[in-house]
Design a protein around this ligand. Sequence first.
Ligand SMILES: [Zn+2]
Length: 101
Amino acid sequence: MRFVFECVECGGHYLPPEDMVYPDGPASPVWCTACQSAKRAAGLREDPLLARVALAAARAALARRAAEAAEQPARSDVRPSRPPRSRRARSGPGVLRGRLG
Ligand SMILES: [Zn+2]
């Protein structure tokens, strides 16, 4: 599971690698790659408290998304919805059948 972080500098959302390490160094939980390298170039380091808060927020968001995903089937039958698109409509006629047969 990967965390989605919101950059405190530019407000953009970014998705660092699962182990929080980029090929060129550790990922920051507070800055996106662009802002992180700008900060590093300016000689600034992330606030450790801010980093902890950002990690906790990302963890909470991940848990919330997982809970929402688990709720999805129950919610779908109260919502008036169009019938789901058929497999054929998505993959084109005969594509899957040809591969299986
Ligand atoms: Zn940024």
